[in-house]
Design a binder for this molecule. Structure first.
Ligand SMILES: [Zn+2]
Length: 128
């Protein structure tokens, strides 16, 4: 039997604040003292941090450089860790100015998968 946590309700999206998916009916409460999930308090705290940048912001790359340097930066509602920021910036910095402009305009989730796909292909010696 797996433990069933009671999660806090997200203010930003439908479901648990920590993003857990316990199946068809996750237990979610609006009462903070009823939350038993160990991840929800941190997630709720993160949720109160305002975004530092959003998709299409001209300063999104600057924000990623700050995240890479170890600062807590939030883009599109997601806290970006230094490793992820570094992956995006590695691809960004290697790109042509035209491609850079395209990358900078992408939603964060697309930037991240693009970066990891390119870096993985590079590591595997994909002759592209
Ligand atoms: Zn939770």
């Amino acid at each position: 039997m797996t433990a069933r946590w009671t999660h806090g309700r997200s203010a930003r999206h439908d479901g648990a604040v920590c993003g857990a998916d316990d199946g068809p009916s996750p237990r979610i409460t609006d009462e903070p003292h009823l939350v038993t999930c160990p991840d929800c308090p941190d997630a709720a705290e993160n949720e109160t941090i305002p975004d530092d940048a959003a998709t299409g912001d001209p300063h999104i790359i600057t924000t990623l450089r700050e995240a890479k340097a170890g600062h807590t930066r939030k883009i599109d509602g997601v806290v970006v860790d230094a490793t992820t920021a570094n992956a995006i910036l590695t691809v960004y910095d290697a790109a042509t100015p035209k491609t850079r402009a395209k990358i900078a305009g992408l939603p964060l989730t697309v930037m991240v998968s693009l970066a990891w796909n390119l870096l993985r292909a590079d590591a595997e010696g994909d002759p592209r």
